[in-house]
Design a protein around this ligand. Sequence first.
Ligand code: F6R
Length: 245
Amino acid sequence: MKIIHAKDYEDMSRKAASIIAAQVILKPNCVLGLATGTTPIGTYQNLVEACKNGDCDFSEVSTYNLDEYRGLDHDDPQSYHFFMRDNLFDHVNIDLANTHVPDGSNPDAAAACAEYDKIVAEAGYTDLQLLGIGNNGHIGFNEPDDHFSAGTHCVDLTESTIQANSRLFEKEEDVPRQAYTMGTQTIMYSRMILVVANGEKKAQAVHDMCFGPIAPSCPASILQLHPNCVVVADDAALSMCEGLY
Ligand code: F6R
């Protein structure tokens, strides 16, 4: 694992966007794995700027998102479909037909997950997978468990994740209780992984991801086994890793 120290959120966002832009420059028709959540918003803003400046061309890029809430329509403002259009897709020259997010509007979980696995595999998996990390060490919606997950599956969100995500909903009861998520194995198939993390709330999870035992109680810890994983984290998120890297 390569750990890149960023001063603050803005610095983390610029550095992460530069790494993604370099991937797109090196391979214009690359397959990107994307994440939602608060952490990558600044990264996406920098990519939008890079696209406007002519430094990053998304016309041949295809994308596969990690996850989606179960039961939300694509146009629901809380859905990850909406988030991706709002934060990235509507502002860069990507062909929307080349963007993919698990279909949370399909109530048939088995069919929705099998279909997503099929299209990610047909794409040859991702060249670069962007990840945020949950306060509890989750990646995608792969929550702490007694085993690592494989392909796309439907998960019950933990109380900690429901609470953390409730800040984005009017009431905690509005947070969906289930999601479809790419599995840990699929994430590990990516040729490169880029984790972004900022803030004190992520310090324990970042420590456990990088230096804790490799165990499904911290799903992100499996990234220690990935041959090309880069973590870009700010001062606060790295505060428990001082002297370890
Ligand atoms: C989102 C996702 C989640 C988030 C994580 C951190 O697609 O897969 O694993 O990356 O919950 O979320 P934020 O960035 O909001 O702290």
